[in-house]
Design a protein. Structure first.
Length: 156
């Protein structure tokens, strides 16, 4: 049985024969395929990271669990571009693979307060000195607003 498929040939208006895509077109298609794969991988990583963070928060004893759940909601609402991930076994939020902010349980480290902190990837610079970590025992509406504003500034 003969193969009746033909190669992609067409004739342009100038009468030249054209076979398939140019090297530039093939290169552009390969780049676009890489972009789509990277975006799909990032979406999967973000979803996997969020699942891991939510599972870790669910394991925390009260009152750390309530603080972690509330912080997670505030961070995701304030900076949806951040990707949740576990960092040293604790919830963290990263941009371009670098942790911007994180939550540390009081129970895990046997301290009297939980900690919400920022790493150097956060854009919080304010003169020659600024706070990078906050002690948390509870969250008031004012605290939540302040955290939301700090997270937005951190990713700006």
């Amino acid at each position: 049985m003969k193969d009746t498929r033909k190669s992609a040939k067409s004739t342009t208006a100038t009468g030249e024969t054209f076979e398939g895509f140019t090297d530039e077109e093939r290169g552009a298609m390969k780049e676009r395929a890489k972009e789509l794969k990277a975006a799909a991988r990032a979406d999967k990583d973000k979803a996997d990271g969020e699942s891991a963070v939510l599972a870790k928060i669910a394991e925390l004893p009260e009152p750390d669990r309530a603080l972690g759940e509330r912080l997670h909601a505030i961070i995701i609402a304030s900076a949806p571009a951040l990707s949740p991930k576990l960092w040293y076994g604790m919830p963290a939020y990263a941009r371009d693979g670098k942790v911007v902010c994180f939550f540390q349980s009081a129970q895990k480290f046997k301290t009297r307060y939980a900690t919400f902190g920022f790493n150097d990837a956060a854009n919080l610079d304010d003169g020659a000195m600024w706070p990078t970590a906050f002690a948390l025992t509870e969250l008031t509406a004012a605290d939540e607003a302040r955290i939301g504003a700090l997270v937005k500034k951190a990713v700006s």
